[in-house]
Design a protein around this ligand. Structure first.
Ligand SMILES: Cc1ncc(COP(=O)(O)O)c(C=O)c1O
Length: 421
């Protein structure tokens, strides 16, 4: 048998093995879409395996995987174990891995050569902090809204290599009244002639402010910033992302949040013209074959390919729900705002301007420490939210996804009112 024929048979076997999973996924996604449009939204929960009695309002911390994607993942796992060498090293899964890259590239609006499949957002920013040519006289700038996963790596490298890191305090108390112009001005006034890297979250994890990235990037470029690096941990899967239109250089994301894929998978966009400046963080054999492609940045030896393939299923699942996403989030957000306005001890700490809003809301609480309230909400009522006592806030972060409903939010605010009584 020739090598080509052997390869063909391997690929055929792999694709055939994956087919039942793909078919089941399409059926389950169809059913889910119907649920989204249905008048009985409670049945949405059938598409997930959240425990009965759990009100999961913490999608910003970590996503819950649809059962159909879990099933696809399990299928890949057992297929892999039927012949681990063949699937991990024999190349039969190369086309499927590249299909996942294609889906990611379509989601982010870039080419497949600009996508690396990493482990998370933190890895993406570590790649940048370690791999960009920065030294004495250079400055990296970000605000206090930057997540530590996108900040700590810069400070560690700065000490060794002599560049400086400047973090400025974002006026979190002004978020409810800010408009786009004000947000752009806040960022651009921080840029100096030494600023080489501007680092910013598309949506932060505290108040969920959705930054007008394209406008900030344009202004930063005109002031001479060389690299613009965006943290998409919260944005990818929550809002449409177009890295090309945004005019940025790098984008790092954690699809295990809003894309709801298996935990420990990340996406990293590196604009092709910016890739030359970036050295890979991990060196291994044969990396030269990826020259001119962001695949260089994901090549760290043996990896979890079954989970990576399930990322493709998660991307397909989410893409099919895109039409209803913005409307559903706006409706859930409006509902939250009404409940907050109705309660004297609650304050809306997230954006007031809908263009700057996300599906991640900070609800300020008066009189009781937020962690104690969150603890009680979970233990007595099953609601999972994230408490924050930082940046002058004593708040609960409520981050609903498409699986959540207005009724569920009504019950949540009822439980919250009891906890504050
Ligand atoms: C805005 C933001 N950036 C980065 C991270 C870090 O994500 P990961 O642990 O997946 O790298 C998070 C996690 O919550 C986040 O919310």
């Amino acid at each position: 048998m020739t090598a080509t024929r052997r390869r063909f048979l391997f690929e055929l076997a792999a694709v055939t093995a994956a087919l039942p999973a793909v078919t089941a996924l399409v059926e389950a996604t169809d059913a889910f879409e119907e649920h989204v449009r249905a008048t009985d939204p409670m049945s949405l929960s059938d598409a997930y395996s959240l425990a009965k009695g759990v009100g999961y309002l913490n999608h910003a911390s970590i996503g819950t995987i649809p059962t159909a994607v879990q099933e696809a993942h399990q299928k890949y796992l057992s297929t892999c174990e039927s012949n681990p060498w063949l699937h991990m090293w024999g190349g039969v899964w190369d086309p499927l891995r590249e299909e996942v890259r294609g889906l990611a590239a379509r989601r982010l609006h870039c080419t497949t050569d600009e996508i690396a499949i990493t482990r998370n957002t933190t890895e993406g920013f570590n790649l940048l902090a370690q791999g960009l040519p920065l030294g004495t006289g250079d400055e990296v700038v970000f605000s206090s809204l930057n997540h530590v996963g996108a900040s700590a790596c810069w400070s560690a490298q700065a000490k060794r290599r002599g560049f400086t890191v400047r973090s400025w305090d974002f006026p979190v108390d002004r978020v409810p009244t800010l408009d786009e112009d004000a947000v752009v001005a806040l960022h651009t006034r921080q840029i100096t002639e030494r600023t080489r890297v501007l680092c910013l979250p598309e949506i932060d994890n505290l108040v969920g402010l959705r930054l007008p990235i394209a406008r900030i990037a344009k202004a930063a470029r005109s002031k001479g910033v060389r690299w613009i690096a965006v943290d998409g941990a919260q944005a990818l899967g929550m809002v449409p992302v177009d890295v090309t239109a945004q005019g940025i250089d790098f984008y790092a994301a954690s699809p295990h949040k809003w894309i709801q894929c298996p935990k420990g998978l990340g996406l990293f966009y590196a604009r092709s013209a910016a890739q030359k400046a970036l050295a890979p963080m991990i060196m291994t054999w044969g990396q030269d074959r990826w020259k001119g492609s962001a695949r260089t940045f994901e090549d760290y030896g043996t990896r979890d390919l079954p989970a990576l393939l399930a990322l493709g299923d998660a991307l397909r699942f989410q893409t099919r729900l895109d039409d209803s996403r913005a409307k559903t989030y706006a409706s859930l957000r409006g509902h939250c705002r009404e409940h907050v306005a109705d309660h004297p001890k609650l304050t809306w700490c997230s954006a007031g301007d809908p263009r700057l809003a996300a599906s991640l809301h900070a609800v300020g609480i008066e009189g009781t420490a937020a962690p104690a309230v969150a603890d009680r909400l979970f233990k007595k009522h099953g609601f999972v939210v994230r408490p924050f006592r930082t940046a002058g806030l004593n708040a609960l972060r409520v981050s609903p996804n498409l699986v959540n409903t207005r009724d569920e939010l009504t019950r949540f605010f009822g439980a919250l009112a009891k906890a504050l009584a």
